[in-house]
Design a protein around this ligand. Structure first.
Ligand code: FES
Length: 112
């Protein structure tokens, strides 16, 4: 039976953020998140969360989340809260959400 090297006894995370790192070729019909520096952003957010929390919070890249026009796109579980990380306010709101569980609805992704 394998043993978890981090001492966990259950699978899962307190909060789990997926940040799209998908890249489409030039001329594609839809935009993509990686050319909008989503990987650098993901690394910065991951570092901040590591520095500021000891909780079991996971930040990782993902494939296309299919809200490409609003990216860099991010979704946080277990809440299922979506962000379009296009402003300092939305990035700060995501970090605050990850650290505290509090969601600022005015900074979440709206499709209108
Ligand atoms: S390319 Fe990022 S959501 Fe589709």
């Amino acid at each position: 039976m394998p043993v978890d090297p981090k001492g966990r006894t259950e699978a899962g995370y307190v909060r789990h953020a997926f940040i799209c790192a998908h890249e489409r070729p030039d001329g594609a019909a839809r935009p993509s998140c990686r050319p909008k520096q989503s990987l650098d952003l993901m690394r910065q957010i991951k570092q901040r969360v590591r520095e500021e929390s000891k909780e079991n919070i996971r930040v990782q890249k993902s494939g296309c989340l299919d809200h490409c026009e609003f990216g860099p796109t991010c979704v946080v579980y277990p809440e299922g809260t979506w962000y379009g990380l296009t402003t300092e306010g939305s990035i700060d709101a995501l970090i605050h959400h990850l650290l505290t569980g509090e969601v600022s609805e005015d900074q979440t992704l709206k499709l209108v």
